[in-house]
Ligand binder design. Structure first.
Ligand code: GLP
Length: 241
């Protein structure tokens, strides 16, 4: 694990976008996985600008979903599906057959997990994952206490995730479960890019990167990842020892 501190959110986002461009330039058929949330929004905007100016070819890459709110349909603007489609896939010209996301309204969510696990295996793993960190230390929806050996699974959401999750929806929305890639898959990503911004992430970032490795803070396992890059702005790094 390597950690880099940037003077601003803009600089952090710029570095993250550059890295994604580099990975796709070196491996045009890369398997990519993008988190939703507020943190990577600017990264994705810059990624789109850089992809245009540098003529980066995304036509051969494949994109995997990180997580989804269970029971939330893809046409709801707070769904991960909707956000990824609008913030990344459509602007980059990534077509539906280049993407596999969790269907939050599938009749059989366990089967959604199985399908996702098989697709990741058939693609021989994920080349680059862009993830955020929840204020409770989650990655994706791997909540505190998660079994870190698990692959895709249904997660019962932690109270703080339910509360902060409301921020992504226009109207109050019932969310109490999610569907997520597991820590086993996150840890196997060939490049793991974790972004953290703002002072509300400072305490959990300290625990995740400097504290003991424990499933109480799922993101702490990133310390064991050989090719993890943690990009943070100076506000998020404020309490790093
Ligand atoms: C959400 C998402 C995560 C995201 C995290 C942080 O619950 N499921 O994938 O990375 O929380 O979000 P934010 O960047 O808005 O703080």
């Amino acid at each position: 694990m390597k950690l880099q501190i940037f003077n601003s959110y803009e600089l952090m986002s710029d570095a993250a976008a550059d890295l994604i461009i580099e990975i796709v330039t070196n491996k045009p058929d890369a398997v990519l996985c993008f988190a939703t949330g507020n943190t990577p929004v600017r990264t994705y905007q810059l990624l789109i600008e850089k992809a245009v100016s540098q003529h980066t070819d995304f036509t051969k890459c494949f994109c995997i979903g990180l997580d989804e709110w269970l029971g939330v349909a893809e046409d709801i603007s707070g769904s991960c599906h909707y956000i990824l489609q609008n913030q990344i896939f459509r602007p980059l010209g990534i077509t539906k057959n280049q993407v596999h996301l969790f269907n939050g309204t599938a009749e059989d969510p366990e089967n959604e997990c199985e399908k996702m696990n098989k697709i990741i295996e058939s693609k021989a793993g994920i080349d680059c994952m862009v993830v955020g960190i929840g204020i409770n230390g989650h990655i994706g929806l791997n909540e505190p206490g998660v079994d870190v050996s698990r692959k895709a699974h249904i997660a019962t959401l932690h109270e703080t995730t339910i509360l902060s999750g409301q921020n992504y929806f226009k109207e109050p929305t019932i969310i109490n479960k999610g569907i997520t890639l597991g820590m086993a898959q996150i840890m196997q990503a060939r490049t793991l890019l974790l972004l953290a911004s703002g002072k509300n992430k400072a305490a959990i970032l300290q625990q995740a990167t400097r504290g003991s490795i424990s499933n109480d803070v799922p993101a702490s396992f990133i310390q064991q990842h050989e090719n993890a890059l943690i990009l943070v702005d100076k506000e998020a790094a404020a309490t790093l020892s």
